[in-house]
Design a protein around this ligand. Structure first.
Ligand code: NI
Length: 168
């Protein structure tokens, strides 16, 4: 297993649309293991393959208090079941240090394959529902900052660019 490097906004690679996984084979399972290790180490509640510069439709989430309930979503598909929306203070390992309110549908259904390649269906609630949508956005090259005003997004961009220059 390995800790993978997480790429950060405004890195253009975060704008890549990930490709569907054709077969859940050993290389995908190794990717899942590395992503889980990377997510726990960060620490974060979710990670999409896009964030570690692998452009395959794989995401991992753990919203449990104990950090012992990993959930793996391969080729996830989300269906919005009702119009109600809710607000959540979101953050992102690719936008470190920034938390902003994002409005998203509350009632969704997600269909995906698990780490064994088995299909499953879920109607997540609360933080998990938010997380699933946030991670799925990554696979489509989208970030939570895209939901903010251009001014706010620009402010975050400038601050992160400055940090990246200082780290170089
Ligand atoms: Ni994120």
């Amino acid at each position: 297993m390995a800790i993978l490097e997480i790429i950060e906004f405004p890195d253009p690679r975060l704008r890549t649309t990930a490709k569907a996984v054709k077969e859940v084979n050993e290389s995908i399972q190794n990717l899942v293991k590395d992503m889980l290790e990377t997510m726990y180490e960060a620490p974060g509640v979710g990670l999409a393959a896009t964030q570690v510069n692998v452009h395959k439709r794989v995401m991992v989430i753990d919203v449990s208090e104990e950090r012992d309930q990993p959930q793996v979503f391969i080729n996830p598909q989300v269906e919005v079941l009702a119009d109600e929306t809710g607000e959540y203070e979101e953050g992102c390992l690719s936008v470190p240090g920034f938390y902003e309110t994002v409005i998203r549908p509350l009632n969704i259904r997600v269909k995906a394959l698990d780490a064994e390649g088995k299909a499953f269906e879920l109607e997540p609630e609360g933080l998990l529902a938010t997380c699933v949508q946030h991670e799925l956005d990554h696979l489509d090259g989208k970030l939570f900052v895209d939901y903010l005003s251009p001014l706010k997004r620009q402010r975050i961009r400038k601050k992160l660019e400055k940090q990246h220059r200082q780290n170089d």
